[in-house]
Write a protein that binds this ligand. Structure first.
Ligand code: GAL
Length: 371
């Protein structure tokens, strides 16, 4: 064989080998490799969801069923791909927390077509009938607890109130806001608070119950998109625009811990803000430290261990041919989805130790200055 021919035949062998390899790997992910329960979570960029992953792993350590957890990294396209990957692996149950409640419809419809039971996890998938169950915390109660905290922790009247909310693509953002508004609105109407940063909210200040469209208008102005950076930029813009009578001792409705910390930093660095009370949600470690340090006022603790237990309990019932127990239902815009709901716990500096450390949720050594 001359040298050229040798090179060509070598190249051919390499090509054939790599083709064979590619065929092998696609068939091993494509065929049923025996995953019973598929779990899809929205993003690793928010500590909340990394918590959920860990709690799933802890709960599954001794399970007889096989599971796989995939993250969608904030993209509905990636989420759809994840669901398809899991369908190809033969899952019987899909546990999914959508990135975008509406956009996830087509992913779960594909799963339903394959006879897979779909459990919406923490966030409701909206406007489709392809959701069988919903496991959730009491999200309206989360918002009400945040609002009530502000009411209980401000003094005097005409207290400037800064409103922030979650992503409009997340049904929970509406439930949280609805809960907060239900308690704050009467206190805005009676002059305890004056809204500092939303003309839409000011226009609706005498409306006790907001429609979804009305809430959308407010969210359009005060959404953080669950993004701490966006929250920070908005807070800076709001404080730059605020007149002197919107400074001093203020109250801030922040929808979750990630956004609360970045908004708190902005308020803390404004010399015209004398004091601020600020809410949060999720009991993220970094926020527990902020609460210990007096930089964040409260958080709403959602014990993810319970949610994971509920979701896996449902999945196992389904795999065992039993009907899961539910406690109520949520309308997702298309259908009533049977739901199992869990309570939340309000935390401030006085009870973090009892609720988080004594219950084994976190270790005392993860914090400094814990009393
Ligand atoms: C919500 C969830 C909250 C919070 C937020 C940001 O849907 O219920 O716990 O983490 O998303 O990801």
């Amino acid at each position: 064989m001359n040298k050229r021919l040798k090179t060509i035949s070598l190249m051919l062998v390499v090509m054939i080998l790599s083709l064979a390899l590619a065929a092998c790997s696609s068939s091993s992910t494509g065929s049923n490799s025996g995953v019973n329960v598929g779990i899809v979570l929205p993003t690793k960029d928010e500590p909340r969801w990394v918590q959920d992953e860990q709690r799933f792993k802890d709960a599954l350590a001794n399970s007889e069923y096989t599971t796989e957890i995939l993250f969608s990294q904030g993209s509905s396209g990636k989420e759809k791909e994840n669901v398809e990957t899991l369908i190809n692996k033969g899952i019987k149950v899909l546990i999914i927390s959508p990135q975008d409640g509406d956009a996830a419809g087509s992913a779960v419809e594909a799963a339903k077509k394959e006879g897979i039971t779909v459990i919406s996890y923490d966030r409701l998938i909206t406007n489709t009938d392809a959701v069988d169950y919903y496991v959730t915390f009491d999200s309206v109660a989360v918002g009400a607890a945040q609002g009530q905290y502000l009411i209980d922790n401000v003094q005097g009247t005409n207290v400037p109130l800064y409103l922030y909310a979650g992503a409009a693509s997340d049904n929970n953002a509406f439930l949280f806001f609805e809960g907060a508004w239900s308690v704050l609105q009467p206190k805005i109407a009676d002059g305890t608070f004056k809204i500092a940063n939303s003309s839409e909210a000011i226009a609706l200040k005498d409306t006790a119950e907001l429609t979804r469209d009305q809430m959308s208008k407010i969210l359009g102005q005060v959404t953080t998109n669950w993004d701490p950076n966006e929250a920070k930029n908005k807070a800076q813009t709001h404080l730059t625009a605020a007149a002197a009578d919107m400074k001093g001792n203020v109250a801030v409705l922040a929808p979750n811990d990630g956004t609360a910390r970045s908004i708190a930093d902005v308020f803390a660095s404004d010399s015209e803000i004398t004091s601020y009370a600020i809410t949060g949600q999720d009991a993220e470690k970094a926020s527990i430290q902020y609460i210990i340090d007096g930089k964040q006022s409260m958080t709403v603790f959602k014990d993810v261990r319970t949610l994971v237990q509920d979701a896996m309990g449902m999945a196992v019932d389904i795999l065992d041919g039993k009907t899961p127990v539910t406690t109520g239902s949520y309308n997702n815009g298309n259908t009533e989805v049977k739901a199992k709901q869990t309570d939340v716990i309000v935390l401030n500096e006085d009870n973090v130790k009892k609720e988080l450390i004594d219950s084994g949720y976190y270790e005392a050594s993860e914090f400094t200055g814990l009393k």
